[in-house]
Design a protein around this ligand. Structure first.
Ligand SMILES: [Zn+2]
Length: 281
């Protein structure tokens, strides 16, 4: 297994490594990483940026989450193993290529009916909230801190300051949401200015809202679900967020609509939408 495709710009500290395509179908993330690289061509670097836009090549070719060689989830496999299966060796290769950077930014997708938000394990890491303010993505959802993820292991084992970003699109079918990719690429440039990795005027701070882990809202019977909210909406407790056979589905708490499909039939017990509950500050 050779080294992965890599773009390097600038030198020295502070430094960041940006990864995408760890899940092969999450291709808005790959497109965003390419856009970030092209935007950086016109910028003055004060530190170093390394971009690994295609971390899971065979999964990307297959437009699947996992590599067909062994079906393991790369983002549950870090720090990997040099003598393990295909995905474990790939994780080890990425682990080595991302070593020594001050910051890690890992780009993912949350599906066709999702929205853009940052994910962080801010319940555990004290650096998370100041870092999320510098990133400036207005919605931040709590991670469960599942081990084996690149940004979690980078924080835990190497003291790197990592954030994961979820973008709409990706699964299924590797669909790219161009507008979301363009918006996050501009946002990441602002983040790099705030981190003093890029020269130029720092963006004005925006208010950040923090949400708890995403939870599915399931249908208590089979029927037709008509959404009454859109991905990215912030709703209040008791708001009708959908209709199941014309009966309102009320939000059990306030929160962020992290994903909600268009009109469709569901079976009993199936997810109708995903809500990330509001957190008291
Ligand atoms: Zn992913």
């Amino acid at each position: 297994m050779g080294p992965l495709q890599e773009y390097r710009l600038g030198a020295g500290r502070p430094s960041i490594v940006i990864t995408a395509g760890i899940h092969g179908n999450e291709q808005t993330a790959i497109y965003a990483a390419e856009l970030i690289y092209s935007l950086l061509q016109k910028e003055t670097l004060l530190g170093e940026v390394c971009i690994l836009p295609r971390c899971n090549p065979s999964a990307i070719r297959a437009r699947e989450r996992k590599a067909p060689e062994d079906g393991l989830d790369l983002n549950r496999s870090f720090p990997g193993a040099p003598d393990g299966s295909h995905t474990q060796r790939l994780a080890y290769e990425i682990w080595r290529q991302t070593e020594g950077f001050d910051y890690v930014l890992d780009l993912h997708c949350c599906g066709l009916y999702g929205t853009t938000y940052a994910m962080h394990y801010f319940k555990k890491y004290a650096f998370a909230k100041p870092l999320c303010k510098m990133l400036g993505v207005p919605h931040v959802v709590s991670s469960k801190g599942t081990r084996g993820q690149l940004y979690i292991e980078s924080c835990e084992q190497r003291g790197q300051k990592g954030i994961l970003i979820e973008l709409p699109g990706g699964q299924p079918g590797g669909v790219i949401y161009e507008d979301a990719a363009e918006a996050i690429a501009r946002q990441v440039l602002g983040y790099l200015r705030n981190l003093n990795i890029l020269a130029g005027e720092k963006p004005a701070p925006v208010p950040i809202r923090y949400f708890d882990c995403r939870q599915p809202i399931r249908a208590d019977h089979g029927g037709l679900v008509r959404p009454a909210a859109a991905p990215g909406d912030v709703v209040r407790q008791g708001d009708a967020v959908a209709y199941l056979d014309d009966q309102p589905v009320l939000a059990p708490s306030g929160g962020l609509i992290a994903g909600i499909p268009p009109l469709r039939y569901v079976c009993r017990g199936e997810d109708m939408l995903r809500l990330a509950p509001d957190l008291e500050e």
